[in-house]
Write a protein of this length. Structure first.
Length: 181
C-alpha cells in the first residue's frame, strides 16, 4: 500500500515537470498504479488506517506526487448522497464557467509540508474529458469541491502548485467572477 513515504515533497523537480500522456489502452502496471492511488485516498480517510500508518487525509492524488511523471489522477470525495470516485488517465478541462470559486480555508497539498495562506481561484464548474481505468473515453461535468479537487490534480500534471494561483499582493483578495465561495 502507498504511505506518506511514497509522497514526493516540494523541491523535487518532478512536481514542476509536465507529465507525459499515457498511451491508451493503459498497461496492467498503469492500471495497478491508479488503483493504488485511489486506495491511498480511501485509506487516508479511514481514521484507524490513517492513524496506524500515519497517513495525511487526502481527497485527491496525482501520479507525479508518487514520483511517476504520467498524466494519471485519482479523486475520492465522499458526500452525503454519493461518492465522487474518479480514477482518470489524461484528464483535460475542455470547457469551464466564467464564474470562479475558492475554498474559504485556502488549499493545502500532501506534497507541501507547510501552510500557505490565501485564496486559490478555481473555475466554479468544469467539463473534463479523460479516459477511465479501462481506457474508455469519458466526460465529467463537475462543480463544488470535486471541481476544485480535479483542477488541483490536473495542475499537478502541468507542474503547477496551488500557491502559484494565490494573489501575491493580497492573498485574501476575493478572486474575480466569484459569486459565492
Ligand atoms: O494533490 C493532491 N493533494 O495534494 C491532496 C489535497 C488535494 C485537495 C487540496 C484542495 C483541493 C484538493 C488534499 O486532499 N489535502 N491537502 C492537504 C490538506 C488535506 C487535504 C484536503 O484538502 N482535504 C479536504 C479539503 C476539503 C474538504 C475535505 N478535505
Ligand atoms: Ni496537491
Amino acid at each position: 500500500m502507498l504511505t506518506m513515504d511514497d509522497i514526493v515533497r516540494e523541491g523535487n523537480p518532478i512536481l514542476r515537470a509536465v507529465a507525459s500522456e499515457v498511451m491508451m489502452p493503459p498497461t496492467q502496471e498503469e492500471k495497478e498504479t491508479l488503483k493504488k492511488m485511489r486506495e491511498f485516498l480511501i485509506n487516508s480517510q479511514d481514521d484507524e488506517i490513517a492513524e496506524k500508518y500515519k497517513l495525511r487525509a487526502g481527497i485527491g492524488l496525482a501520479a507525479p506526487q508518487i514520483g511517476i511523471s504520467k498524466r494519471m489522477i485519482a479523486v475520492y470525495i465522499p458526500e452525503e448522497d454519493k461518492i465522487h470516485d474518479y480514477t482518470l488517465f489524461n484528464p483535460k478541462v475542455i470547457s469551464h464557467s466564467v464564474e470562479n470559486t475558492y475554498l474559504e480555508g485556502g488549499e493545502g497539498c500532501l506534497s507541501v509540508d507547510r501552510e500557505v495562506p490565501g485564496y486559490v481561484p478555481r473555475h466554479a464548474r468544469v467539463k473534463v474529458k479523460a479516459y477511465n481505468i479501462d481506457g474508455k473515453e469519458i466526460t465529467l461535468k463537475l462543480k463544488g469541491l470535486p471541481a476544485i479537487a480535479i483542477q488541483h490534480e490536473i495542475d499537478h500534471l502541468d507542474g503547477i502548485m496551488f500557491y502559484d494561483h494565490i494573489n501575491k499582493a493580497d492573498p485574501f483578495a476575493i478572486p474575480d467572477h466569484c459569486a459565492t465561495n
